[in-house]
Design a protein around this ligand. Structure first.
Ligand SMILES: Nc1ncnc2c1ncn2[C@@H]1O[C@H](COP(=O)(O)OP(=O)(O)OP(=O)(O)O)[C@@H](O)[C@H]1O
Ligand SMILES: [Mg+2]
Length: 324
């Protein structure tokens, strides 16, 4: 799907009683700020420099007490499964045991029950998600997630190894170039941060639920060759007992409280687990390819066969949130 039509979103917001003043990010960044009681709505970018720019903007606005929609918290969760675990814990959405690490040695201090699911922070389509059977495989896998040294670090190591004159220091009698190099090599060694989750075994599908205000879109995604339902492109809208899953999504949505949220949920018996969530820049397949949405009305969910555009869906979520 291409980018959304902002003017269409603004039009739909207008029909919901919300007036928008359009500003470029550079205008906000360079000081054209609204008063603090006016919410600032923004979206996000996949381009790394733009992302960093918007993150600077959002961090500043949040720190200075402006109202950001979605919140800074949601932005920090964007393509960061590690930060998502912090937020899940904060709201006690913690049925799925999970950990977030930066050093592989640290896992030894935790009583992990193998097998576990290892995740890179920023993967999608199941690409950075692995099932590991034991500690040895976990360590190996984490180390293999990234080249241990960047190319400039490799060049630096080469220089230290081959192009340095032998030195000695009165104050450090044990110094020699070789030891120094080994110490330095260890010091700069890094791997990607990672998340470990309890493995929910025996599932052949998960659910993608998109919530926009009181509208709930749901699809079921099937696994193919392994335990992963994401990335297989096998999905359908034939869902038994959708109410139970939607009720869980509703509960989570109320805790995180953002205009729209996309959830990956799995169900095992009567237990529900939130695998991950996104509140910005998520897939719209469930809206575009489904035949309608569920709406929560007082005592339950009723299905409406209607297909609002992605723009209208986004506007609906925003309006619901802002009019609360
Ligand atoms: N803790 C878990 N236990 C069992 N299965 C899991 C677990 N975590 C993830 N999975 C399976 O692996 C798939 C991919 O996981 P996840 O959604 O975290 O990765 P992703 O690459 O971000 O996927 P997406 O394409 O949805 O963004 C899920 O769709 C689910 O089927
Ligand atoms: Mg996912």
């Amino acid at each position: 799907m291409g980018p959304m039509d902002i003017n269409l979103i603004i039009e739909h917001l207008k029909t919901n009683g919300i007036t928008i003043t359009l500003k470029s990010y550079h205008e906000i960044v360079n000081g054209q700020l609204p008063s603090k009681d006016i919410p600032i709505i923004y979206s996000f970018s996949q381009r790394p420099e733009i992302r960093a720019y918007l993150k600077d903007m959002a961090t500043f606005l949040h720190t200075e007490g402006y109202q950001l929609v979605p919140s800074l918290e949601i932005l920090l969760c964007h393509e960061n499964k590690g930060y998502q675990e912090l937020v899940k814990n904060k709201y006690h959405i913690d049925d799925l045991n999970a950990y977030y690490f930066a050093e592989i040695e640290e896992i030894k201090q935790y009583d992990l029950k193998y097998p576990v699911v290892l995740k890179r922070l920023d993967g999608s389509n199941g690409k950075g998600v692995f099932l590991v059977e034991d500690e040895v495989s976990l360590i190996k896998k984490v180390n293999s997630l990234t080249p241990l040294y960047t190319s400039s670090q490799k060049a630096d190591l080469m220089r230290r190894k081959y192009f340095r004159k032998e030195k000695s220091y009165k104050e450090y009698p044990n110094y020699n170039n070789k030891n120094d190099l080994e110490q330095y090599r260890k010091h700069i060694k890094e791997h990607k941060r990672f998340v470990i989750q309890e493995f929910i075994s025996g599932l052949d599908h998960d659910y993608r639920v998109l919530v926009a205000g009181d509208r709930y879109y749901i699809t079921k995604r099937h696994t193919k060759d392994d335990f992963k339902a994401s990335g297989t492109k096998l999905f359908d809208f034939d869902i038994a007992e959708p109410e139970a899953i939607l009720a869980f999504a509703k509960e989570v949505h109320e805790k995180i409280d953002s205009p729209f949220l996309s959830f990956d949920i799995c169900r095992k018996g009567d237990e529900f687990y939130l695998i991950e969530f996104q509140g910005l820049h998520f897939g719209m397949n469930v809206v575009v390819k489904g035949s309608g949405y569920y709406k929560y009305e007082g005592n339950g969910f009723t299905f409406t066969t209607q297909k609002p555009s992605p723009e209208e869906t986004i506007a609906y979520g925003l309006a619901n949130h802002l009019n609360k």
